[in-house]
Design a binder for this molecule. Structure first.
Ligand code: SF4
Length: 412
């Protein structure tokens, strides 16, 4: 029996796909192309858009004899709409019970708990979940409804899994969770303590983490990021809006001044850190003035990267009770304006790396060139083929808004 998995959404979903793959592999199934597979699993995401819209075209082209399974961060309302199209709809939070639920797949062995189901991984990057779910209920977000409340994973389990991964040669460890900063809800070990524990593992590897919430971003975390040499100088800190009123409506309990202070502190303690953010444009009631406040803060903070999303209502969330009063045309226009700001600041940031020596991890290597990521998570391209999954050094010789070009430094 062969299977194929199609994944939509964030890193957490991608990691879940790897867990699903591990379950199938364990049971003797073989991963295959979409055409060859007997089972097609769609791991979808309702968080940023309607599942139905995303996958309708995709599944219409799949021959009827294949068994179709839908899972992922999918809202009840989306599931209902998809019921007829799929043979099975399975909740991702019940992944450990899949083997009981699907007769045709009864050979699949399950883990005892979500966290104990391993993920199938490809070097050099491994994602390690540290918590799942979310208690924050941002008014636009479906995660608390589809993944449930926050649940932290025991630190010993995280350390032991990471240690094994490092021994196997993984060089980039992403600690994952919807809100990693509230790991263990502040009890010992909290997230900064956890970072330190992972950092203390032997080996040459990098640590990255996502997602962070500004309300839980502590001075202690900044201190650990600064002092733990394996924690990379990269941070994604979602802002969502540059307007205090909009933040209140989004149920994001911080204001612009507090966000600014975190950025100032982090840039003071870790100069040169790569800073990225997430922004939503066209949230209900976002006036022109509120939008311009976002544009202003983007110009002021000068992010290296921003993931800009146009608001779309998610059923079951609080924001659906608000009038979605910004037209699609206006949302597109606003996103375009912010992208223009971002392109300028990203170019400026990347240019500041010119002439500097950077360490990078080789991801993809061809005969003529190799692409990788720097410690600050910038894409870098160097001439020549290199061994994938190894660290190298390069001098930055060219910069665009989207990445760097480097000259390999040999024997450094
Ligand atoms: S913090 Fe907000 S945006 Fe992030 S997962 Fe939780 S509810 Fe969603």
């Amino acid at each position: 029996m062969k299977y194929h998995i199609v994944t939509y959404g964030c890193q957490m979903n991608k990691n879940d796909s790897r867990r699903i793959m591990h379950l199938f592999d364990l049971s003797g199934f073989v991963e295959a192309s979409e055409e060859e597979a007997d089972f097609i699993i769609v791991n979808a995401c309702s968080v940023r858009g309607r599942v139905v819209d995303k996958i309708r075209g995709k599944i219409n082209n799949i021959p009827k004899e294949k068994t179709l399974i839908l899972t992922g961060c999918v809202l009840e309302s989306d599931m209902k709409e998809m019921r007829e199209k799929f043979d099975y709809i399975l909740k991702i939070k019940n992944l450990h019970q899949w083997h009981k639920k699907i007769k045709q797949l009864k050979k699949i062995t399950g883990g005892k708990d979500y966290f104990q189901i391993e993920a199938k991984r490809e070097k050099p990057t491994a994602h390690v979940p540290v918590m799942t779910g979310c208690d924050n209920f941002c008014s636009y977000c479906a995660v608390p409804y589809v993944r449930g409340r926050e649940r932290s994973r025991p630190a010993e389990e995280i350390i032991s899994e990471t240690s094994e991964l490092v021994e196997k040669g993984f060089k980039e460890i992403w600690l994952l969770g919807q809100n990693v900063n509230s790991y263990n809800k502040g009890k010992k070990p909290d997230f900064p303590d956890l970072l330190e524990k992972v950092n203390n593992l032997k080996g040459d590897f990098w640590i990255r983490f996502t997602s962070s919430h500004p309300k839980d971003f502590s001075d202690k975390l900044i201190e650990k990021m600064k002092n733990c040499e394996k924690v990379t100088d990269y941070l994604n800190l979602p802002l969502q809006s540059g307007d205090d009123e909009m933040l209140k409506k989004m149920n994001r309990p911080y204001n612009i001044e507090q966000y600014r202070k975190i950025v100032d502190k982090i840039r003071k303690e870790i100069p040169g850190i790569t800073l990225s953010t997430d922004i939503i444009v066209g949230f209900p009631g976002e006036t022109k003035k509120a939008f311009l406040n976002t544009k202003k803060i983007l110009k002021e903070i000068r992010f290296d990267m921003a993931y800009i999303a146009r608001y779309s209502p998610r059923p079951e969330t609080k924001a659906t009770q608000m009038e979605d009063n910004i037209t699609d045309k206006e949302k597109k226009e606003r996103a375009k304006e912010l992208t223009a700001v971002l392109k300028k600041t990203a170019l400026e940031k990347n240019r500041s790396k010119l002439g500097k020596k950077v360490r990078f991890l080789a991801y993809d290597s061809g005969k003529k060139s190799t692409t990788g990521k720097t410690e600050g998570y910038k894409t870098i391209k160097v001439e020549g083929g290199l061994k994938e999954g190894e660290f190298y050094k390069a001098e930055v010789v060219e910069a665009t808004s989207f990445g760097l070009k480097g000259k390999l430094i040999k024997n450094d």
